[in-house]
Design a protein. Structure first.
Length: 165
């Protein structure tokens, strides 16, 4: 029994210590303008993304996009690259897109990457914005920052929408 407790403590410590290592995706630079009712209003600097549309694969967490034939998947291009220096994708289905500076309303949450969890937080974000009389510009997008094997309670997920340029 004592050995089991020691093993559990060691595993918990390893998980907690390895959490920062599991966060390997670069994020766009931003600063928080305000936090109101649990919503962060962030001013994002311009950045580049590598994008593609995934077709014919069921993704449990993929939110609907304007492209009814698939899901748009984006990865942030590291800040060391500019639109002139970024390596060009060898696959024509992958393209580089520049995202302009924008103000976004962001709701952060943890948990599984399920359609139900995403939908719940999208609704919560929209409700809070409506109460604050803040008009979204475009559709709500999602961001998942951890690798799939991260424990759900340790995952960092966000739903966000542009509210200004």
């Amino acid at each position: 029994m004592r050995l089991l407790r020691i093993v559990r403590r060691c595993l918990c410590a390893l998980l907690l210590l390895s959490a920062p290592l599991a966060h390997g995706y670069e994020e766009p630079a931003y600063h928080i303008v305000a936090t109101i009712e649990g919503i962060e209003y962030r001013r994002y600097e311009p950045y580049l993304v590598a994008e593609t549309v995934v077709v014919g694969i069921a993704i449990e967490t993929a939110p609907p996009t304007s492209d009814s034939d698939g899901w748009t998947v984006s990865f942030i291009v590291p800040r060391m690259f500019t639109s002139q220096t970024v390596p060009r994708p060898t696959d024509p289905a992958v393209y580089i897109r520049e995202v302009p500076s924008e103000l976004r309303a962001v709701l952060r949450y943890s948990g599984r990457w399920s359609e139900r969890n995403v939908s719940e937080h999208v609704a919560k974000l929209k409700d809070k914005l409506a109460q604050a009389k803040v008009e979204p510009v475009g559709e709500v997008t999602t961001a998942f920052y951890n690798v799939p094997f991260s424990l759900p309670f340790m995952r960092r997920n966000e739903v966000m929408v542009v509210v200004g340029r």
